[in-house]
Design a protein around this ligand. Structure first.
Ligand code: ADP
Ligand code: ASP
Ligand code: MG
Length: 825
């Protein structure tokens, strides 16, 4: 069979969309001419819809119907002008004009009678293929190629059904033979989509049916191959319009292709594979926009090894789920058989049946527009069971989609479903029903229609195809934000290649500007792009952009210190966005808010990460959490939690007055611009509250007694006034130092968390051999005294402030999030 000289090529609507594209088709075929060539063509793109639209417009008496006819006629006449030289035009133009006169007559009668029959619809909707195929024939002829035009309505005999018609092979084969022996062509251009019934009436193969025409003619001609030319590089792991990371599948089996097509991969009509499968004729899917690319080969076997057991994902939209429920169904034989034969009788296509092993319910999916009818059929079929209470309800869940994972090698491999459902679960997609086909080549789930793209992307990235993708928005590109962006910029390629973590910074917003990008801001020049951006900052549209449903996970990183922004975290989590922050405001707001944040996050599996709110990048909160989660009991947490105060007291030696030291530290940039923000102890109080809440204390900021190192008289007034007057404290401070020194002790400003007593913030003394005595510079140090670490506390020490370490801590939170979401680290 495969030695046949005929090669069949089918070109879809976008491949023949206009004169240029049709000319391109001719040159693809003439450049690579290998044998007898049969070309099956679709209508120019949009034409079938336009023809069907004309009928509807006439039926509903729309005023614009004549304008619509004129537009369509002009489109075709213009194409002739552009495509063929004058000598070849006359006959074509006459044929087109005649067809349009027929259409006008038909539309007039439809207008009057306000109806049209399926026959009329089939006749009119098939004309687009008649025209495009004639144009391509004329183009070949004008280039000296003796192409023969073959109207498939003369050859292809079918028996219409309520879905795809049955091919009557015998009469079709006979007509094909007769035609070939009378004409004996080397080149044929064949109308796709159209056929005739047994009694010679024009009909079609159904929407998207030209692919099927291609393979039918492949079989009739016993072709060596059928090449389906379209507008993408081949069959891809998912619809590239929905999943930008989708990849081309180089080879797949017929069965895989059938399954993907049946579950909505529009690139192929699901019936396409059947005619060529028996004869083992390979199908190639190739791109007219990229003709040198080899595309996808569909055959009995496939060597594709893309590292994943799933070959591809596809979706069916506009589906409804019908549930038939009742305890009386248990053990009653023949319930499903009765239901499905009743549905079959009414030509309702059941797309999927979910197998509930409990037998309390039968659940099946049908096209949305057949849902009400399906419900009635089910109620009718089980009239008696409903009457006797054996079946309690037949309900419809509208607005659903089906997502299918397809792969030849899924069969017999454990864990695939777990991975599939896990990926969907992590993306927060609610699964309403599950079906695994008996072939095990497919697992399908019914989901909410609004979540289709999100689910598709999550499933796709959950397997091998696109990596673990995080849609990230950064709020507040100040010191920490800028450093974080630069750190991500230098690590992102490595993270992607080594761990499959794909961090896309899809937006940056400051108080003055914002920059948004669909695939991710270019981090090598984000600052420039943000400066040049003309987009007014608008937090709501920023968040909407970051939380695009076609990204599996969205994250907002708040690098501001704004209480207003911190007040939005709960809403973000509720909306399904993960939150990472070095901003202490949320964790130190009223306890009820913090509690809401925690609970919301837990309930919907969204993460709120804030390691950097205490000790910057030091693992303080993480360590504490590990201790608590592993069942240790916290006796006391004590620490130098302010880098500034740590510095001041580790450098204070009684010689330089304390107020001088504060001024110097301020000049070095070690303090806040107003040093009272450090000396008041409030920053330490906040950290004490954060750590306290982490171990379950319902502490508020106002509950913590704090030793304010600023005397009351200097707490108001300007910074200068404070700096000038702060020497009033020097004597007392020097005295405390001397006293400590005398006792072999040092002064340290600490926060203490005492789960059974009073937490507090104050200046304390420690022996010179205590761990706190040894800290240097602006180090933080925290001692955890616990049941397990009772004699020797667990100590975490290191630099606890500064943009580099804070940003690194937030970066670590981002990677932690990725690990929680299934990333491999
Ligand atoms: P044609 O007009 O050539 O018949 P179609 O529009 O019918 O083209 O089919 C091609 C389109 O199918 C692509 O543009 C793509 O958006 C869509 N598509 C859906 N799923 C897939 C998939 N898995 N692989 C490739 N394309 C797909
Ligand atoms: N032109 C027809 C349609 O739009 C057939 C096809 O293009 O495959 O459905
Ligand atoms: Mg198509």
């Amino acid at each position: 069979m495969t030695s046949s000289p005929w090669l069949v090529h089918k070109f879809g609507g976008t491949s023949v969309a206009n004169a240029d594209r049709i000319a391109n088709v001719a040159s693809i075929l003439t450049n690579d001419h290998k044998g007898k060539t049969a070309v099956v063509v679709s209508a120019m793109s949009g034409v079938t819809d336009a023809l069907l639209g004309l009928l509807e417009s006439a039926r509903t008496r729309q005023d614009g119907v004549y304008d619509q006819i004129d537009t369509l006629r002009k489109k075709h006449l213009d194409a002739i002008q552009a495509l063929v030289p004058p000598d070849y035009r006359t006959e074509l133009v006459a044929a087109i004009q005649a067809d349009f006169h027929d259409i006008e007559d038909i539309l007039r009668s439809v207008w009057i009678t306000r109806e049209y029959s399926p026959r009329t619809r089939d006749f009119v909707s098939g004309l687009g293929e008649v025209w495009s195929s004639r144009f391509l024939t004329a183009r070949f002829r004008s280039q000296g190629i003796e192409a023969v035009w073959l109207d498939a309505r003369q050859i292809l005999v079918v028996e219409p059904t309520t879905s795809t018609p049955n091919i009557l092979w015998e009469p079709s084969q006979k007509k094909m033979q007769d035609f070939l022996s009378s004409v004996n062509p080397d080149w044929m251009v064949i109308t796709g989509f159209v056929a005739q019934t047994d009694d010679g009436i024009p009909t079609t193969l159904g929407r998207n049916g030209s692919d099927y025409s291609g393979s039918i003619f492949g079989k009739l001609l016993q072709a060596g191959s059928v090449t389906i030319w379209t507008d993408v590089d081949g069959v891809m792991s998912a619809n590239p319009k929905q999943v930008p990371g989708a990849v081309v599948i180089p080879e797949m089996t017929y069965e895989e292709a059938v399954e993907l097509a049946y579950f909505g991969a529009k690139v192929l009509h699901p019936s396409t594979m059947a005619p060529v499968m028996e004869s083992g004729i390979p199908i190639y899917i190739r791109n007219t926009f990229n003709p040198s690319f080899p595309g996808t080969r569909i055959f009995t076997t496939s060597k594709t090894d893309n590292g994943s057991v799933v070959t591809g994902f596809s979706t069916i939209d506009k589906v409804a789920l019908i549930n038939v429920e009742g305890t009386g169904m248990m053990g009653v034989p023949g319930i499903s058989a009765r239901l499905f034969s009743a549905l079959h009788e009414k030509s309702i296509s059941v797309i999927l049946i979910s197998q509930a092993s409990s037998e309390h319910s039968i659940c099946f999916a049908v096209p949305e527009n057949q849902a009400n009818q399906a419900k009635k059929v089910a109620e009718h079929a089980f009239f008696s069971e409903i009457h006797h209470g054996k079946i309690s309800s037949v309900t419809i869940e509208h607005h659903c989609s089906i997502l299918a994972a397809v792969g030849e090698s899924m069969s017999g491999k454990p864990g695939i479903s777990a991975k599939f459902f896990g990926a969907l679960g992590k993306a927060g997609v609610n699964i309403r029903a599950i079906a695994q086909g008996s072939s095990e080549r497919n697992i399908s789930v019914v989901i909410d229609a609004d979540e289709t793209t999100k689910a598709l992307r999550a499933a796709h990235s959950g397997f091998y195809l696109s990596d673990q993708t995080l849609s990230v928005g950064l709020i507040g590109p100040g010191h920490v934000g800028t450093t974080l962006l630069n750190q991500i910029a230098s690590e992102s390629a490595r993270l992607k290649s080594e761990f499959g973590i794909d961090i896309r910074i899809r937006g940056i917003i400051s108080s003055k500007k914002m920059v948004l990008s669909n695939h991710g801001v270019n981090l090598s020049k984000w600052k420039h792009d943000l400066d040049q951006s003309e987009t007014e900052p608008d937090l709501q549209s920023f968040i909407k952009h970051i939380h695009a449903d076609y990204y599996p996970h969205s994250v907002l990183i708040d690098c501001t210190s704004s209480a207003d922004i911190a007040g939005m975290y709960v809403d973000w989590l509720r909306a399904g966005i993960h939150v990472i922050t070095p901003n202490k405001k949320a964790n130190t707001a009223a306890y009820s808010y913090f509690e809401a944040l925690r609970n919301e996050g837990k309930q919907i599996q969204k993460h709120f990460l804030y390691e950097t709110t205490v000790g910057a990048g030091l693992p303080i909160i993480g360590t504490l959490r590990d201790l608590v989660q592993t069942g240790d009991q916290i006796i006391r947490i004590e620490g130098v939690l302010s880098g500034t105060l740590g510095y001041l007291f580790s450098s204070f030696n009684g010689k330089v007055p304390f107020s001088q030291l504060v001024k110097q530290a301020r000049d070095f940039g070690y303090t806040e611009p107003d040093p009272r923000d450090d000396l008041s102890g409030m920053d330490v109080v906040r950290k004490v509250v954060i750590l306290g809440r982490e171990i379950g204390l319902k502490t508020e900021v106002v509950d913590i007694p704090v030793e304010n190192l600023v005397p009351p008289s200097l707490r108001k007034g300007s910074i200068e006034e404070f700096l000038a007057g702060y020497s009033v404290s020097d004597e007392a401070m020097a005295a405390r130092y001397e006293e400590a020194e005398k006792n072999g002790q040092v002064l340290r400003y600490v926060g203490v968390i005492d789960p059974t007593g009073q937490s507090r913030v104050e200046l304390r003394t420690y022996p010179k051999d205590h761990a706190f005595a040894r800290i240097q510079g602006s180090d933080n140090i925290v001692a955890f005294t616990t049941r397990r670490y009772e004699k020797q506390p667990l100590i975490v020490q290191g630099p606890g402030a500064g943009p580099e370490v804070t940003a690194a801590g937030a970066f670590a939170d981002l990677l932690r999030l990725s690990a929680y979401l299934g990333g491999v680290l």
